[in-house]
Design a protein around this ligand. Sequence first.
Ligand code: SF4
Length: 297
Amino acid sequence: MDGLRQQLNALLATCDAESTRTRDPVDCVHRYARPRDQEIVGLIAASLAFGNAVAARRSIDRVLITLGPEPAAMVEGASYDELRDRLGGFVHRIYRAEHLAAVLSRAGELFRVHGSLGNAFVQFHQASDGHFREALARFADALRGDTTSRSLRHLVSDPRAGSACKRLVLYARWMVRPADGVDLGLWPIAPSELVIPVDTHIHRISRNLGLTNRRTASWATAEEITAALREFDPEDPVKYDFALCHLGVSRECPSRPEPDKCQQCVLQDVCSVWAPGGVKGQKRPRVSAQKPGELRL
Ligand code: SF4
């Protein structure tokens, strides 16, 4: 365990967060100075961080242009119909203008009632007796409403249903973890409560490192990986997420071990699928490969 802790800390030390951030959807949140704008831009960016990275960035930018320079004020003051009309023919994968307008109009209602999305989350957290998963579920309920739309239920997923809810959990990481140039530290929730956002990259690399043996990217998998990381930092277990995820997004950690990449990897001594001179005899994790440049899906 000490070896893994040292290697993970070495990974953090060598991660160029400033440069890497420019390839991450959180980057657009940093264009805004006001916390309420950062909250709504983060919600949009995390919700659309789905599929090809370039297409996702294009869709996020299109929505932000539509909302103007003060997106929180826009969302707070606009009706569902106004937001849907502004978004016009917006399409991103399975999401259309009406789905995003529904979430934004409900976020506007949270602004009107609570003043900020963080205040709303704190209230849900208190009403959930401090249980992070239930607080996140109530927050998702408030954004999604009682809908039968599959697209809307996918856009804002339900943590109670068992999936990893990676985009919702990613949004929570951005809002809760201390400001470090990537995350923003806007919400007064302890980072120790966070769960790691499990996408295909985190799932595969976590299996490589023995943080989980689970084959599906479920909520249980996210909790298991987080529990393993908590051994290394009980106060801030998901601080490793950004660097680990971008190892996969950048293909520095390929879906199958490659000597030219693995020999440069700071995790090579603790990786179960790589050994100098060849691939170790263990079964390769059965996690689906992802194309270069793809985000959390
Ligand atoms: S040694 Fe290779 S397979 Fe293992 S984590 Fe590093 S890059 Fe990925």
